[in-house]
Design a protein around this ligand. Structure first.
Ligand SMILES: Nc1ncnc2c1ncn2[C@@H]1O[C@H](COP(=O)(O)OP(=O)(O)OP(=O)(O)O)[C@@H](O)[C@H]1O
Ligand SMILES: [Mg+2]
Length: 145
């Protein structure tokens, strides 16, 4: 049934739970999984500076990208004994848009996502990323709470 599963991860407990769920599902279905992290774009006003601020921005971006890649690497090695085909993808942008675009572009047949993430404001059932992804994804979305 599902052969290609996309798991967006922000490092939150809820996204860890989404990964654990995906691993079980993928081993039963013999599916491939892709771990994905989106480094949120920095506010646009920073982009106008070409001097010190520009350099600071560049190093923040590099550090965030490195951090994201390391995080996915750790996730990948934590499930390396499960016999599942896993790859990782880190990109910068608007998280929901990047997730939706990747799923469209590469024909994923399921997205497994946490209901909430690092934001965790009490009182809301869903975060803005899970909300947008579930409304605009090209494939079924499994929301883990
Ligand atoms: N930057 C990201 N990269 C990859 N996946 C993400 C990212 N942000 C969120 N997600 C995924 O979306 C799920 C829901 O997180 P979301 O950001 O919607 O909730 P939140 O952080 O509680 O709320 P908000 O961000 O709106 O304040 C996470 O569990 C994770 O699976
Ligand atoms: Mg969030």
């Amino acid at each position: 049934m599902y052969k290609k599963i996309l798991v967006p991860l922000d490092g939150s407990d809820r996204s860890n739970k989404a990964l654990a769920h995906t691993v079980e599902l993928a081993s039963k279905l013999n599916a491939k999984i892709t771990l994905m992290h989106v480094v949120p774009s920095l506010p646009p006003y920073v982009n106008t500076a070409v001097d010190r601020l520009g350099q600071a921005q560049q190093s923040i971006i590099e550090e965030l990208m490195r951090n994201g890649k390391e995080m996915l690497q750790q996730y990948a090695s934590s499930i390396s004994d499960k016999g599942i085909e896993v790859d990782s993808f880190t990109v910068m942008g608007q998280p929901a848009d990047e997730i939706i675009e990747k799923a469209k572009r590469e024909d994923y047949d399921l997205i497994v996502i946490g209901s909430r993430g690092l934001g965790e404001i009490k009182g809301y059932l869903m975060g803005s990323v899970s909300n947008r992804v579930s409304r605009h994804a090209p494939c079924p979305v499994l929301i883990i709470r």
